[in-house]
Design a protein around this ligand. Structure first.
Ligand SMILES: NC(=O)c1ccc[n+]([C@@H]2O[C@H](COP(=O)([O-])OP(=O)(O)OC[C@H]3O[C@@H](n4cnc5c(N)ncnc54)[C@H](O)[C@@H]3O)[C@@H](O)[C@H]2O)c1
Length: 393
């Protein structure tokens, strides 16, 4: 695949590291940045033959087949519209829009142009996530009751993130978009998210947007997705998922304290890992950050899907659903009520009833709980199927 990258900042460099580092057959052929000096520097660093300070010129370059958007959130819509109208496949970083209305416009633009709209949700491609999702899909943990995802760090690295108009919000739009999509994958993308309850507050930073939030997303089958986000967490970047099912549990820690610990007095390189707050003392480096954050698997899926003419695992439609859930979360944080998820375009299961299958102890009784006591004896808590009386055996 011959690629254009829009943006030369933090994420564009992560993407380029992932694309250039591993002898991929895909190449970056054009880069856009607002200033010539940044565009040229990026082009020099990654061996990109063409650079431009015009989005239109960059995406219209005749060699470009697909565009990767690594721009600030307020620029996603215009960048997607330019790419789609140039007839190029377009892969956009998260969050897709600042809100669902923007995301829907982007979805409609790629659908109309007949190009792929890939949603670059890297945390749904980490090696641990992919293995967990396979286990869930194979039924290893039964029916998912609750899927929780947490992303917290001390706050982002560029001015525009802190400006609500440009970013669309605070920690919730920035980090919650990952968490929502992670939970949604585990619960099942075909299951409609129905309503959201959310607490959000600005506790530490002098900004209009929230720097902490927790939310519950209720799905039509009864499952709950939970997100926990913060821009005030101290000690690095905490990325953890927990999935609870009727037959099992998954706990995945993607980044901080994953088994690699190092002590240094602070000599040598300053960089330890994304959002690490210190380079001295006991540190928690990450072996291959680009890979462990999901970028390698993500681009492989995107380009393979484009080659085969199929949809990647994460599409603009997913980005739109995530934005719609977050819109409801922002509203709920204001109204302090459960707020419905408004979906103008729903492509999943029309109606998913909650199914409760009770396990039986025998013909007469349901089994509520079986317990092995310290004495080794077994105790059964049972419920009479007709009278409802709760007893033990
Ligand atoms: N894990 C992830 O997937 C991940 C991680 C970090 C950032 N992101 C996303 O990547 C995007 C960029 O974030 P970043 O961390 O690279 O930020 P950054 O500030 O490092 O880079 C932003 C880029 O956008 C450009 N830009 C900003 N305002 C612009 C404007 N008005 N016109 C034209 N160009 C403009 C900047 O020049 C820069 O090239 C955001 O949407 C962010 O949410 C994703």
């Amino acid at each position: 695949m011959k690629l254009a990258i829009l943006g030369s900042g933090f994420i564009s460099r992560f993407y380029a590291d992932s694309l250039v580092a591993q002898r991929r057959k895909d190449t970056i052929v054009s880069v856009y940045s607002r200033t010539e000096v940044n565009a040229k520097k990026f082009a020099d660093d990654y061996g990109v033959p063409h650079y431009s300070t015009s989005i239109k010129e960059c995406v219209s370059h005749p060699d470009v087949e697909a565009v990767i958007i690594g721009l600030s959130n307020d620029m996603h819509l215009i960048a997607v519209l330019e790419s789609a109208s140039a007839g190029k496949h377009v892969l956009c970083t998260k969050p897709l829009g600042r809100n669902a209305a923007e995301a829907l416009q982007m979805l409609q633009a790629v659908d109309k142009a007949g190009v792929t709209g890939g949603y670059l949700e890297d945390l749904c491609y980490t090696p641990k996530f992919l293995k967990s999702l396979t286990a869930v899909k194979n039924g290893s943990i039964g029916e998912v009751i609750w899927a929780k995802s947490r992303e917290t760090h001390p706050g982002p690295h560029s001015d525009w993130f802190w400006d609500k108009e440009k970013s669309g919000g605070g920690a919730m739009i920035d980090l919650g978009c990952h968490c929502v999509e992670i939970s949604r994958n585990f619960i099942g993308k075909n299951i409609r998210p129905v309503e959201v309850m959310c607490w959000a507050d600005t506790r530490v930073h002098p900004i209009d947007a929230e720097d902490n939030a927790i939310g519950l997303v209720k799905y039509e089958n009864g499952a709950i997705g939970q997100f926990e986000v913060s821009w005030t967490f101290r000690g690095g970047m905490d990325l953890r998922d927990e999935v609870m099912g009727t037959e099992g549990t998954i706990w995945a820690n993607n980044f901080l304290r994953t088994g690699f610990e190092m002590f240094t007095t602070g000599k040598g390189s300053n960089y330890v890992a994304e959002k690490a707050e210190t380079n001295a003392g006991w540190l928690f480096p990450v072996g291959d950050e680009v890979h462990e954050l999901g970028y390698s698997h993500m681009f492989t899926d995107m380009f393979d899907s484009i080659d085969k003419g199929i949809q990647p695992a994460e599409t603009f439609y997913d980005g739109y659903i995530v934005n719609a859930i977050l819109d409801a979360a922002y509203l709920s944080a204001k109204t302090r009520q459960w707020e419905p998820v408004q979906l103008a375009d729903w492509r999943g299961v029309a109606e998913q009833k909650q199914v409760k299958e009770m396990s039986s102890y025998n013909e007469e009784y349901y089994l509520i709980k079986e317990e092995v006591l310290p004495t080794g004896e077994k105790k059964y808590i049972i419920k009479h199927k007709k009278t409802g009386s709760i007893e033990r055996r």
